[in-house]
Design a protein. Structure first.
Lengths: 400, 210
């Protein structure tokens, strides 16, 4: 058993309430989990303690408050219950012994003058009070919380009335009830407006806090991105190329952030991948790349080949053409994917292609051919260059 | 002949940048930074071409165009790359074209000339938007300007525009005159402005991508 426990884990932790296993509030289940016994045993102990003078109820309420408070303060600390003792039998034995001791003590602790007639109502009332308190915020949209608050108040009333009835003559009860009701109504009348104002102030403050948080997040993002870029631009003002590149990259990033295009899995579509490709090459080679995509298709192995070929063509254009801009146009129409990479740079004579560029072209062509598509390059000196890639898809178009 | 233009953009730096890029090749008659001052400026100075930002304080680009139903000024949307529906919206309001701010000064000058002459200006991005917008509709088999679909020829022209070709290059490639290319572009623009609003917004809502 002890091998499971990490050294850093304290031997005794404050149990966490477990909403999924609760009967009442989950206190018993929480303690049971911490010790490592069945929740039923702990429930039994609480029941026995309650029967012996109502101490169990008060203890339960106290534990509840304690656990709730602790969990709120340490919400970020992961809680992993560590079973105590070597085996379940010993745990059960330990719980039994503790319970027996508490039971025996519960009678001795109390002064002899305090008997059941005083203790029980007080226990019930205090339990009700804690119940009402622990319901926390009064939220009209949470019926469970409301029920808890109402139930708590009811228990308090029952405890008070019980105390009166049990300790004074029965005849006093109706009048006592009347007096109690009158006093309570008075208190409610006095306190209600103040409570109402406090509640509305709390909700207003929460709204303002939310707004402030949003503003802070926005400010943080702008600071990390836009402001940084602006200061970089100021420093690189002499280098036009660097300035343009910085601005373009920032523009793209900001747009992505604003329009939320970086959804997870978006890269599995041609549109996102091609746009991303353009951004990459632009950043790498400092030449603006204008990407336009019409239609969309999911990326499979063959589409990936086409994308790789397009990347080769794009890098080639960015590196060698000397053009101020490269246009990339991707289109999925019916079952045909086409990608065009075009620059208006110096172009070249296709009969006299330098060795390195022919290699590149072969890799573009070869890739497309292996994927079952085709590639063509058209260029002449002074006329720029266009690489056209075509790939038949097998009914893979994404419906619009 | 230098064209008289107005700059409408809420960023002074952008206006200054455009102004210095165009230099003395145009006459800038005024600048405005929001919708109401833009409308006042255009009414007073009557420029030939208005370079209009898509996003403006006080109602965006389309609000400026709609606020001037009788103006003789022609509008060219000039903006950073925006969401498709915003761009389509300003075209539908009556702008004669859309270019991104990445455009070179020479290209921008050519675009201003073209818009001043009453023609349409398609940047590759706008051509892509339009192709996407009409993608769900069948291609018209007859040349009918009233139809809301693109003809085959218009589609060819748009695709070449999206690939980054200039009007002159398109004319050479399709073996037609530049005038014919221009009329195709204008026809596409008209169709975009007249086409079924619901269809387009459905499309735009579907893909808020560049």
């Amino acid at each position: 058993m002890s091998t499971l426990a990490e050294p850093a884990t304290p031997y005794w932790q404050v149990p966490r309430l477990r909403a999924d296993q609760r009967w009442l509030a989950g206190v018993s289940a929480a303690i049971a989990a911490e010790i490592g016994v069945g929740a039923l045993w702990i429930r039994l102990v609480f029941a026995l303690l309650t029967l012996s003078g109502g101490v169990g109820l008060a203890a339960y309420a106290l534990c509840w408050l304690w656990f709730t408070y602790h969990a709120r303060r340490h919400a970020r600390v992961a809680y992993v219950p560590v079973p105590k003792a070597a085996d379940p039998a010993r745990r059960a034995l330990g719980v039994g012994l503790i319970a027996a001791g508490l039971l025996a003590l519960s009678r001795r602790w109390l002064p002899s003058s305090v008997d059941d007639t005083a203790l029980w109502p007080v226990a019930v009332a205090s339990f009700g009070m804690l119940l009402a308190w622990s319901s926390g915020k009064v939220d009209w949209s949470a019926p469970y919380e409301l029920m808890r608050a109402a139930g708590g108040l009811l228990l308090v009333a029952a405890g008070v009335i019980g105390f009166i009835v049990l300790n004074f003559s029965v005849g006093v009860a109706p009048r006592a009830l009347l007096i109690a009701t009158a006093v309570l109504s008075g208190v409610v009348l006095i306190v209600a407006p103040w409570l109402w104002r406090a509640a509305s102030q709390v909700s207003r403050e929460r709204l303002e806090r939310t707004r402030a948080d949003e503003r802070a997040e926005l400010a943080a993002h702008l600071h990390d991105s836009v402001l940084q870029t602006l200061s970089l631009i100021q420093r690189n003002a002499d280098d036009q190329q660097a300035t343009i590149q910085l601005a373009r990259r920032q523009e793209r990033e900001l747009r992505e952030w604003l329009y939320g295009r970086s959804a997870p899995g978006a890269e599995r579509n041609l549109r996102a991948a091609l746009t991303r490709l353009g951004a990459e090459v632009e950043e790498l080679h400092g030449v603006p790349v204008e990407v336009v995509v019409v239609g969309d298709a999911p990326i499979d192995e063959r589409v990936q080949s086409a994308l790789s070929a397009a990347r080769e063509a794009l890098v080639n254009a960015a590196r060698h053409s000397g053009a101020p801009r490269v246009d990339v146009y991707g289109e999925v129409e019916g079952e045909l994917l086409e990608i065009f990479v075009r620059d208006q740079g110096r172009g070249f004579d296709q009969q006299q292609v330098p060795e390195d560029r022919r290699g590149l072209r072969e890799s573009v062509r070869g890739r497309m051919a292996r994927a079952g598509g085709s590639a063509s390059v058209s260029s002449s000196p002074g006329q720029g260059c266009e690489v056209a890639l075509a790939l038949p898809l097998r009914g893979a178009e994404v419906p619009l | 002949m230098t064209r008289r233009i107005a700059l409408v953009d809420d960023h002074e730096l952008v206006r200054a940048g455009v102004r210095s890029a165009l230099g003395t090749r145009v006459e800038v008659v005024g600048e405005a930074g929001d919708v109401s001052s833009a409308i006042a400026l255009i009414e007073e100075k009557k420029p030939e071409v208005v370079l209009l930002d898509v996003h403006l304080p006080g109602g965006n680009g389309p609000a400026v165009i709609r606020g001037l139903p009788d103006t003789s000024a022609r509008f060219l949307a000039l903006s950073v790359s925006d969401a498709a529906e915003d761009v389509i919206e300003v075209i539908r309001a009556g702008a004669r074209g859309y270019v991104t701010k990445a455009i070179s000064a020479d290209e921008l000058l050519a675009a201003i000339e073209r818009v001043a002459a009453g023609d349409a200006v398609f940047s590759p991005r706008l051509a892509g938007f339009v192709l996407d917008a009409f993608a769900s509709q069948p291609v018209a088999t007859v040349e009918d300007p009233q139809l809301e679909q693109l003809t085959l020829r218009e589609r060819d022209v748009l695709r070449l525009l999206a690939r980054g070709y200039a009007y002159k290059e398109i004319a050479a490639r399709l073996s037609i005159s530049v005038k014919t290319v221009e009329s195709h572009a204008s026809a596409v623009l008209r169709k975009l402005q007249l086409s079924n609003r619901r269809e387009l917004s459905r499309w735009a809502a579907h893909r808020r991508l560049i």
